[in-house]
Design a protein around this ligand. Structure first.
Ligand code: AMP
Length: 424
């Protein structure tokens, strides 16, 4: 299907278009253009897309439109739409999207996740809501307590299904799916489609339309990426140096562990840079506070672990630093996708110690880019192997100039799916 180019052409109603205009969305993103017409017709959908592609609006807009076209007073505890997403941050952001796009409609939604008191959530459910956006654990909890009933669910969205499984939510998701009414519209979104996702898709979807957009490389293309080879013990100093060289915009730093994230915040504080950490051990309110300070620029540096950073949608992140190289190459793509939001270009720098080099190679295979090396930073150690970038090659330093990306074919050999990776 040829993507349609305006929201009006997608047959979204005037109140929705007005809300979109206010958000300054002029053109539907490819996934929106491809998915919305089918979703408005009531088709099931399998969307292969990651955060950053506009997938939230791709499902939220047709859902709002359908609810508004067939208004009903929502019965207590019986939502008409259920969106399941893996993290609290994603749930909040999806809730905010429904709020923004639906601001001219008379629809009610609520967001449900753990780590906070359940009373406001049960109160909202008792009052009746059209849309529930939830993480699986708390949702099941409330279901078992009788606070939510899926009988009236007309549309079910399983968002970030691969991440959901990575986080161990498969049993919860299956239990929730088992409670859904037979007659419903179902949507599944996932950045990757490994076999367990296909199995869930088979159970969930009926004759789905398949939409695949923005393969990893398209986000990656817009980010000027570099790697610094460095000994582990010098990474903290390299971080201070990099932050000193890069004074514009917000900086998101990724740490593999929660403990590492806390340590970095402390180190940065000692060297005079205010930073905040977000990770799974922080309370919901602490995470929200940190995110808010970062969003407003009161704290320039946010240190995050992968799960906590999932779906962070903050404009103005000009640099992503991979303080640790992720051992899952897909995480790298998700991480650097936090910059280069909504069409903007961004920068990413990875700090790679000798032990992390195999992970860097995995990443380069996935993104089909040889990440250019910054050879002359103060803590540089030799880059590996002659087939990799030699330091005689001209490289950007301060400006972190955009590299000219040579794509290279993914080498054969090990199958990526077949590999086992340790998780943290
Ligand atoms: P998502 O992939 O849903 O996380 O969306 C990524 C970002 O793109 C969010 O900041 C959205 O607000 C923004 N966005 C989504 N659709 C559009 C659009 N059609 N035009 C401009 N920005 C958009």
């Amino acid at each position: 299907m040829t993507p349609t180019t305006t929201f009006a052409a997608l047959k979204l109603s005037e109140p929705i278009q007005r809300a979109l205009a206010e958000k300054k969305y002029t053109t539907p993103s490819p996934i929106q253009a491809r998915a919305i017409p089918h979703l408005l017709e009531g088709r099931d959908l399998m969307g292969c897309a990651q955060t950053g592609t506009g997938k939230t609006a791709a499902f939220a807009l047709p859902i709002l439109q359908r609810l508004a076209d067939h208004p009903k007073t929502p019965a207590p505890y019986k939502p008409r739409v259920l969106v399941l997403t893996p993290t609290r941050e994603l749930a909040s952001q999806i809730g905010e999207s429904f709020e923004a796009y639906g601001k001219n409609l008379r629809l009610r939604h609520t967001v449900i996740f753990g780590g906070v008191g359940q009373n406001p959530q049960t109160r909202a459910l008792r009052n009746g809501v059209d849309i529930v956006v939830a993480t699986p654990g708390r949702l099941l909890d409330l279901t078992q307590q009788g606070y939510i009933d899926f009988d009236a669910v007309e549309v079910f969205v399983l968002d970030e299904a691969d991440r959901m499984l990575d986080m161990g939510f498969a049993p919860d998701v299956k239990r929730i799916m088992a409670r859904l009414p037979e007659k419903r519209q179902s949507l599944l979104f996932s950045a990757t489609m490994p076999r367990p996702i296909m199995e869930i898709a088979d159970r969930l979807l009926r004759d789905p339309v398949k939409v695949e957009v923005a393969p990893a490389a398209s986000t990656v293309d817009r980010v000027a990426q570099h790697v610094c080879h460095v000994d582990r013990r010098d990474k903290t100093r390299l971080l201070a140096h990099t932050l000193n060289e890069h004074r514009e915009g917000l900086v998101l730093v990724f740490s593999r562990t929660k403990h590492g994230a806390n340590k970095l915040v402390k180190h940065l504080g000692q060297s005079g840079t205010r930073a905040e950490a977000i990770h799974g051990n922080k309370s919901q309110s602490a995470r929200e506070r940190a995110l808010e300070q970062f969003r407003e620029g009161r704290v320039r540096v946010l240190v995050a672990t992968d799960i906590a950073a999932r779906g962070i949608d903050v404009k103005g992140i000009s640099l992503v630093i991979n303080y640790d190289i992720p051992n899952e190459p897909e995480s790298y793509v998700h991480r650097i996708g936090r910059t280069a939001r909504a069409g903007a270009d961004g920068k990413a720098i990875a700090f790679c110690d000798p032990e992390e080099r195999p992970w860097l190679r995995d990443i380069e295979r996935l993104i089909r880019i040889e990440v250019p090396v910054i050879p002359d930073h103060p803590f540089a150690i030799a880059a590996p192997g002659p087939e990799r970038h030699s330091s005689s090659r001209p490289q950007a330093r301060e400006g972190f100039r955009r590299p000219s990306y040579g794509s290279r074919p993914a080498p054969g050999g090990r199958s990526r799916r077949g590999r086992s990776r340790s998780r943290n």
